[in-house]
Each structure stands twice: as C-alpha cells, then as structure tokens.
Design a protein around this ligand. Structure first.
Ligand code: G3P
Ligand code: CA
Length: 250
C-alpha cells in the first residue's frame, strides 16, 4: 500500500540546527531536502521588510527595539546568529530578496512566506513585486493569521496563492476561506487534534492543509492520521530531516 506523504516544510528555516529565519537556516533546510521553507516577514519603518519572527529584534539579535520602528538598514545590520551559537556569529537578519536568492539556487525547495505584523497595501505590493521579480510564481504561498492581510495580498497579487493561518477552528472558517479565496488553510497541531473532521472539511472545500509546528512523532502521527487517515498536505517542523526519515519509515 502506498501511503501519501505530506510535504516537509522547514519552520523558520531548519531552525533546529541554525538560527531561525537566517540565510544559514534556509540553506540548511534546502540541503536537508525540505520541500519548502517557512519564513516570517515583518514590516520595517521604510516598508522594505525584514525576515524575523518577533515584533522586536530583542530576542534573536544583538539589537533592541521594534522592527516597525527601525529601517531595513538598521535591522539588517544586526547579528542574528551569535545568540543561537557562536559559530553562527555574523548571520544577519535577511531581506526577502536574499532568501529568494538562496531558494533560486535550490529549485526543489519552495517558499511558505508568513506576513507578520501590520502591512499596508503599498508594503504588500512591494513584497509581491519582490516575489515576482525573482520569478517565484508557482513556488510560493503567502500566509498570515490576519484575514485583512490575506485579503490585501489576494487583491494585490491574485496570481499568488494565499493561506490563512488559524490557531483554532473558529465558527465560519470555511466561509472566511471562501471569501478570502485562499488556496490553503493552515491550522495548528492543537486545532487539528481538537477539532474532528477539520482536515476533511477543509479538503472538501478544495483547500490545502499545512499544519504547524510538529516536532515529534506524536504530533506527526496526529497530523498524518487525522480524520481516519486523510491527513494533512504538509507538516511544518523545526526538524525536517527527522520528519522525512519518520515518514519514510512508517
Ligand atoms: O507557519 C505557521 C507558523 O510558523 C506559525 O507560528 O509563531 O512560528 O510564526 P509562528
Ligand atoms: Ca511563522
């Protein structure tokens, strides 16, 4: 019997072995054979954007302050590697264009781009123009927890598939996904575990399901066996190599 294999998505790059959301983590994910890399993009004061998870630079870099109050030049100059391990000192906070540059050299690894924070239309246009300039049509999905941000992306770049992230299964989820015209609805592991038939309902609506963040066999089992084995389409994990081995061995 052939068991459908969900895609392996490296969360914030291969963040178990390299500092999250850095070029080193993206490169490591590609070399590990991840099907896609998930990264976070925060808006900067000048609208360029920086690849970083938090609203502030405090936790992962040698700087302080809100990303949205800093220019791209200020954020990108910060060290984002040394706090993870001294060997990664010098890894900087990347731009989206830099991440796309790495992925261009690794054509088998796609991009799952999460827009964090508050984005206006002009800033979203800049993001989608960067994706288009890199020729990533067909290799990227743009997702957000914020329905308003998803709607802006869909309006500005209807050719780019969109995704709605959810931490739980809210009332009216399918209607919201339909209104936003997303290709994917991406729930947490807890949402999948706690909401029987969520995956099946999303699949029946024609949506892809990419679930996060699953780092151990118990969580992987929850996702691949969801709804009687229907399973999710992609598993987002900090440990893409272990997940790929586990999927092969099951
Ligand atoms: O891709 C979804 C997942 O990354 C959402 O959680 O907090 O890691 O961005 P977070
Ligand atoms: Ca994320």
């Amino acid at each position: 019997m052939t068991v459908a294999r969900p895609a392996v998505v490296a969360h914030r790059g291969y963040s178990a072995v390299a500092p999250q959301n850095t070029l080193a983590a993206v490169e490591a994910a590609c070399r590990a054979g991840a099907d896609a890399v998930e990264i976070d993009l925060q808006p900067t004061a000048d609208g360029v954007g920086a690849v970083i998870h938090d609203e502030t630079v405090d936790a992962t870099t040698d700087g302080t302050g809100k990303v949205s109050a800093l220019t791209a030049g200020e954020v990108l100059g910060l060290d984002a590697g040394a706090r993870f391990a001294p060997a990664f000192a010098g890894q900087h906070v990347p731009t989206l264009a830099e991440v796309l540059g790495v992925l261009t050299r690794h054509p088998d690894t796609d991009l799952l781009l999460e827009l964090k924070g508050s984005w206006d239309t002009g800033q979203v246009e800049r993001v989608t123009a960067t994706i288009d300039a890199a020729g990533f049509d067909g290799r990227v999905l743009v997702q957000s927890f914020r329905p308003g941000t998803v709607a802006t992306v869909r309006d500005v770049a209807p050719h780019l598939p969109g995704g709605l992230l959810v931490s739980f299964d809210p009332p009216g989820l399918l209607r919201l996904c339909e209104r936003l015209r997303v290709a994917a609805c991406n729930p947490s592991v807890a949402a999948v575990a706690g909401s029987p038939r969520l995956v099946s309902r999303l699949h029946a609506a024609g949506l892809r399901v990419m679930s996060w963040t699953a780092n151990d066999p118990a969580a992987w089992t929850t996702l691949v066996s969801a709804d009687g084995g229907a399973g999710v389409d992609a598993v987002i994990t900090d440990r893409p190599e272990r997940l790929a081995g586990w999927l092969t061995g099951r």
